[in-house]
Design a protein around this ligand. Structure first.
Ligand SMILES: CC(C)=CCC/C(C)=C/CC/C(C)=C/COP(=O)(O)OP(=O)(O)O
Length: 512
């Protein structure tokens, strides 16, 4: 801890040193963020980027890497950097200059920047297309570390990266280029280690709680996924101060997963009506006729809400638990709608499906629950704001719903399951599966653009920390359900990522 304190001061001095070389300063800020230690320097970084936004440095004639990085760091911070800054790299037809292909580092930075595009910024869409095509084709000509960086970026652009995992994967890439005495590298390694110890303790606590519940025996149809459940909030906010939020959200996902399985795979429609009625009344009395295992799930949820009240009371935030409860009740109603559709063999229109699907994505619930852990940022204003499912929350829920539907479409068709977005589109427009997939991919792109727009507006006094949670939830679903694989249910596919965060020692990270 002492060494870490010393290193933090060294890095702080580097950040605050007068800007002599713009590229160097931007690289430093980017590295600090990507190595996962920027939470120690929030105000210093904000000050510099705000300055760079209010008094933009002379950028005309600068190289592609510097301009792209300036653009990305400002947008990442919530500032509106103009995208016409890239016009100088395009020809009279609007195409990116072919000479850029030689500048691999620049292309990589442009690629990362372009994911921060908003609606109408066609040049940035074009930039993603241009850079990904050329980066892919040049991978074999790059030096090993650059190749590693580029192939990682092609899979996980910074915009969609899960911060803690990205830090874990960036440390060895950075270390391959840093000098052995670099204080930033040492700080990153040490900090990862210190914070990982905390995560291990939390996971131990959550696992013990889960074992005591004994769903494995009492609710045998429920997925046994407590570690994967904890991975979710760890992806959303890993910093030490969010310990309570991680515990609450991790437990909530584990129980909600069993609720989802009850609606999806276990209860009859009559039983599910009673289950929903119990949530509506927040009382177990309607459950008398239902099987014992459903009662166990219900009581686990009630106990968890009591625990939430207890934990948040210490910070004077228990007044916000009813908001979470109400959002859970809406989830129960939406699950019941799905169960009825399924029971009747009804295929809704895509629009009808999505309205309900935003709720069954669980993201409005998980996001509002995650805000309980935001200490001073957990305000009535923030809870009122999210209760109305604002555009950014809707976008992240759409990303969750559609990514899940794309990943599980083929599996779920094999058993009785509510029609997914894919079938709704196919049925409504009489189109092929391929065409439905294309429409949904476009919907996902648009949802990310909504998110990017909302992050730049920072309207209505919603703090960046709050918006970052919503963005990170979107990134976690991309990781866990993206690339057409449900890695939550098929957990062996998630195992390496989990191990990277909570098992593997930091001492093995360098040069790995
Ligand atoms: C919907 C979704 C991916 C939510 C992610 C957040 C999360 C882990 C929520 C709790 C558990 C859950 C509903 C998992 C999805 O199962 P599923 O794939 O069987 O979901 P479905 O029954 O709604 O399709």
């Amino acid at each position: 801890m002492q060494r870490s304190k010393y290193l933090k001061e060294k890095v702080r001095k580097l950040i605050l040193a007068p800007i002599e070389d713009l590229t160097e300063k931007l690289n430093l800020i980017d590295n600090i963020k990507r190595l996962g230690v920027s939470y120690h320097f929030e105000s210093e970084i904000e000050q510099i980027l705000q300055n760079m936004h209010n008094n933009p440095p002379p950028l005309k004639g600068k190289d592609l890497h510097t301009i792209s990085l300036w653009f990305r760091l400002l947008r990442q911070q919530g500032y509106h950097a103009p995208s016409d800054i890239f016009d100088q790299f395009r020809d009279e037809n609007g195409d990116f200059n072919n000479s850029l292909v030689e500048d691999v580092v620049g292309m990589l930075s442009l690629y990362e920047a372009a994911y921060f595009g908003i609606h109408g910024e066609d040049a940035l869409d074009q930039a993603i297309h241009f850079t990904s095509r050329h980066l892919k084709s040049r991978l074999s000509t790059m030096n090993p570390n650059l190749e590693r960086k580029a192939s990682h970026a092609l899979d996980y652009p910074v915009r969609k990266g899960v911060p803690r995992l990205e830090a874990r994967y960036y440390i060895p890439m950075y270390s391959a280029e840093a000098s052995p005495n670099d204080p930033l590298l040492e700080l990153a390694l040490l900090d990862f280690h210190i914070v990982q110890l905390l995560h291990k303790e939390e996971l131990q606590h959550v696992t013990e709680w889960w074992k005591k519940l004994d769903f494995v025996t009492k609710v045998p149809f429920a997925r046994d996924r407590v570690v994967e459940a904890y991975f979710w909030p760890l992806g959303v906010y890993y910093e030490p101060q969010y310990i309570m939020g991680r515990t609450i959200v991790g437990k909530l996902i584990a129980v909600t997963s069993a609720v989802d399985d009850t609606y999806d795979a276990y209860g009859t429609l009559e039983e599910l009506e009673l289950f929903t009625e119990a949530f509506r009344r927040w009382d177990a009395s309607p459950l008398d006729p239902v099987p014992e295992c459903m009662k166990v799930v219900f009581h686990a949820l009630l106990d968890l809400f009591n625990e939430m009240e207890f934990l948040t009371a210490k910070e004077g935030k228990s007044c916000f638990v009813p908001y979470v409860k109400e959002t859970f009740q809406k989830l129960g109603e939406a699950y019941l709608v799905e169960a009825k559709w399924c029971n009747q063999g009804y295929i809704p229109t895509y629009e009808e499906y999505l309205e309900n699907g935003v709720v069954t994505s669980c993201y409005p619930l998980l996001e509002i629950a995650s805000f309980l852990g935001l200490a001073n940022f957990a305000t009535k204003h923030v809870f009122d704001w999210i209760s109305n499912v604002p555009r950014i929350v809707r976008a992240s829920s759409i990303i969750c719903r559609l990514t899940d539907d794309l990943s599980s479409h083929k599996f779920e068709r094999k058993r009785v399951h509510v029609a997914s977005a894919v079938e709704c589109l196919m049925n409504q427009h009489r189109i092929s599966e391929e065409e439905a997939y294309q429409i949904l991919e476009k919907e996902l792109d648009n949802a990310w653009k909504d998110i990017n727009e909302e992050c730049m507006k920072a309207e209505g006094g919603v703090p960046k920390v709050v918006l970052d949670c919503v963005v990170n939830f979107s990134s976690v679903i991309e990781l866990v359900y993206g690339k057409f694989a449900d890695k939550y249910t098929h957990a062996e596919l998630l195992k390496d990522h989990v191990a990277a965060l909570v098992v593997d020692s930091v001492h093995n990270l360098q040069n790995k």
